[in-house]
Design a protein around this ligand. Structure first.
Ligand code: SF4
Length: 193
């Protein structure tokens, strides 16, 4: 089975998921989008209002910031994959609860296992802490961290602030933009290895 077919199969499984109560309040399960062969996966927290309506990740205001940053480093849509740690929208855009993250984690893990990216870019503290529970985004943003994921193996994590946080705080925006500019070099280094 190709990676695309494996992701489709997983998506079909998730459509039937009721592991947590988030499913009750969402309009669409937002599985993920992008190239199944991508070298890089961006992982956010959970779908927002617009994402929930359309069923596609990062299409709202955070998505526009992300698009702008991706254009600034000349990374094309077909070069990456986008998803969230929780596939259903939390009510009123609240933060996902630890038990919701825990229930959805196996799906994210399967997506990573299928795509086998070289680099995982986490967006915001919830995505970071789903890999490294005690890490602080203020301390590790913009740094490569080697992590080992059970049954997947070693992978490089590159934590960034969430675009939504960058939107509301000028200092965070500057850090987010500065860190984002490091991505082309990370990809280049991986290709050369
Ligand atoms: S958030 Fe994840 S675990 Fe919860 S219902 Fe949706 S797909 Fe299932």
């Amino acid at each position: 089975m190709t990676k695309k077919e494996q992701l489709k199969k997983l998506n079909n499984q998730i459509l039937k998921c009721h592991r947590c109560t988030l499913k009750l309040g969402c309009s669409n399960i937002v599985f993920g989008a992008g190239n199944p062969e991508a070298q890089i996966i961006f992982i956010g927290e959970a779908p927002g209002k617009k994402e929930d309506e359309i069923g596609v990740p990062f299409v709202g205001s955070s998505g526009r910031i992300l698009d702008k940053m991706l254009a600034s480093i000349k990374i094309k849509r077909e070069e990456f994959y986008l998803t969230n740690i929780c596939k259903c929208r939390p009510p009123e855009n609240r933060d996902p609860l630890p038990e919701e993250v825990k229930e959805c984690w196996p799906y994210l893990k399967k997506q990573i296992a299928i795509i086998q990216p070289k680099i995982i870019v986490t967006l915001g503290k919830y995505a970071l802490n789903s890999f490294l529970p005690t890490a602080k985004i203020s301390e590790v943003h913009g740094k490569i961290i080697n992590v080992e994921i059970k049954k997947i193996g070693k992978i490089k994590l590159f934590p960034l602030h969430h675009p939504a946080a960058a939107r509301i705080n000028r200092k965070t925006k500057a850090l987010f933009e500065e860190d984002f500019q490091k991505i082309p070099n990370l990809l280049k280094n991986k290709k050369e290895q």
